[in-house]
Design a binder for this molecule. Structure first.
Ligand code: SF4
Length: 494
């Protein structure tokens, strides 16, 4: 009996390099896109080199796992498992902690590698993973940990050792239901010989290794989900009323489209139709007057680090472009690490006060809500909601102005995404190019981590300079965007 079980495990492990097993780690791709998991299982890509940010996250995760291992090893004997059979042996021996365990259910074809198996007083094992955070990829973590529980066949909660020192416990009916849904769906994907039909999603597809397989198909079929503001749900509902392509949508009118659960108002319908026309013609449509506040404009952009030991986002750079808006008008507050977080925040507030005294009626322009929400978080973090500068920044007469708002309210652009870079880089729109084409917020975090770990002063300074240049280009970009909007509103006053 025992031998035949081992034979089954061996034969399962030989199946196309485990590809046709359901692995706990499949949860990540499954949560992202069913088509992606189908490709992973049936037509996988050869592994490509992960980008710098992904490598950085991987290294940070590994460092956290090592720190947890060291902590556990100070309290209990730990054995590293070398295989499935070795894991079973170690469990039989009653080893207190098994590191890098390997669990399998040969009948279901299910496999999972928990970071730790921890033996309780009754001799049962509890699965645990080290994860920096639970909020990001929460569903993936729930499925992975739920699979470990399923493989251990006991009711003990699974544990997550978090980056902030807390230990989360996962169990319950909802977790079991989610795991059942995952296993059932995975069995269907494994049995299917065609990739499932899904909708396009910019944020999901942009970073997917299979984008070059899927995107041409979406474009050929003129899938409406390619349009900004038309997500998979809207595209599905439009298909039910026989609007299945971008051309069909472009030739519709808002009155003829019935109210759909995700497309109810006349305004939203009109936007979707114009977005389709803009996609096909490359034209910009102005819906409304562009209102920009009067005053002395100061352009503002922050760079922050989400990977801190406290898990609080640390703003390492508060950047400004002040009149007369040339490169040399870039000013900033820099903070070397999280221990200088409060100092950086206070210097930011002092700088705001200095601008307030220097200029009449200032407008502090930024792109998207991130800057304002970060100021709110800092005010909470340091209990400073009643501070004069903070109350002014966040109050009814706030000088903060989100430049994305007039764009979202008044314009339809030939774009799939309305980010600062998308609008500014477009040659037919603002046409502003960053000096460093590779730069971006994730790039900046990686550079900042390099800055922090670098000991050679000249290299350290040069890294800091590249981050400053990137932030300076961001605030120059918002200035160019402001000028472009002003010109547009002069030519099309509405
Ligand atoms: S490119 Fe998009 S649709 Fe295709 S597999 Fe990836 S996430 Fe799914």
């Amino acid at each position: 009996m025992e031998e035949s079980r081992h034979d089954t495990v061996k034969s399962l492990m030989n199946q196309s390099s485990h590809r046709l097993l359901i692995k706990a780690s499949d949860a990540s791709a499954w949560v992202t896109c069913l088509r992606r998991i189908w490709f992973d299982k049936h037509q996988p890509m050869t592994e490509s080199e992960p980008d710098d940010f992904t490598q950085f996250l991987f290294q940070a995760g590994l460092a956290h796992e090592t720190a947890i291992l060291e902590k556990i090893a100070q309290q209990h004997p730990v054995c590293r498992a070398k295989s499935i059979d070795h894991t079973i042996d170690l469990m039989r021996q009653g080893v207190p902690v098994i590191y890098q365990a390997r669990l399998v259910d040969a009948e279901v074809g299910l496999i999972g590698y928990p970071d730790f198996l921890i033996r309780d007083d009754n001799g049962a094992y509890q699965a645990a993973d080290a994860k920096l955070s639970l909020s990001e990829n929460k569903k993936t973590t729930q499925i992975q940990l739920g699979i470990y529980r399923r493989l251990l066949k006991n009711n003990l909660p699974a544990m997550v050792y978090l980056g902030d020192g807390r230990i989360a416990q996962l169990s319950g009916d909802d977790l079991d239901i989610l795991v059942d849904r995952f296993i059932h769906s995975m069995q269907t994907v494994l049995a299917d010989n065609q990739p499932p039909i899904v909708r396009y999603s910019y944020s999901r597809c942009e970073v997917c290794p299979y984008v070059n397989r899927c995107l041409p198909e979406f474009i050929r079929e003129e899938d409406p989900s390619l349009l900004y503001g038309v997500d998979g749900n809207v595209a599905d509902q439009l298909a039910q009323i026989n609007i299945s392509t971008i051309s069909q949508l472009a030739h519709s009118n808002a009155e003829s489209i019935p109210d759909l659960p995700h497309l109810k108002s006349e305004k939203k319908k009109n936007r979707a139709i114009l977005q389709a026309r803009s996609y096909l013609t490359g034209k910009l449509f102005q819906l409304d007057k562009i209102d920009l506040p009067e005053g002395t404009w100061i352009h503002f952009d922050i760079e922050d680090d989400p990977m801190t030991s406290s898990r609080n986002r640390h703003v390492y750079l508060w950047g400004f472009l002040i009149p007369s808006y040339t490169k040399s008008c870039f000013e900033y507050v820099w903070s070397d690490d999280e221990s200088a977080d409060y100092d950086g925040w206070m210097r930011f507030l002092q700088k705001i006060e200095a601008y307030r005294n220097r200029y009449d009626s200032i407008v502090i322009a930024h792109y998207s809500n991130h800057e304002k929400s970060t100021i709110k978080k800092y005010a909470e973090r340091y209990s400073m909601a009643n501070n004069n500068t903070v109350s002014w920044l966040l109050g009814e007469e706030s000088p903060l102005f989100d430049l994305q708002k007039p764009i979202l309210n008044s314009l339809i652009l030939p774009l799939q995404r309305y980010g600062l870079k998308d609008i500014c880089k477009h040659p037919g729109l603002v046409n502003f190019q960053w000096e460093n084409d590779e730069s971006g917020s994730q790039w900046s975090v990686v550079q900042f981590k390099r800055f922090q770990s670098e000991e050679r002063l000249t290299v350290k300074n040069s890294i800091k300079e590249t981050i400053l240049n990137y932030n300076r280009d961001d605030v120059i970009a918002t200035r160019r965007l402001e000028l472009w909007l002003r010109e547009l509103s002069l030519n099309n006053p509405k």
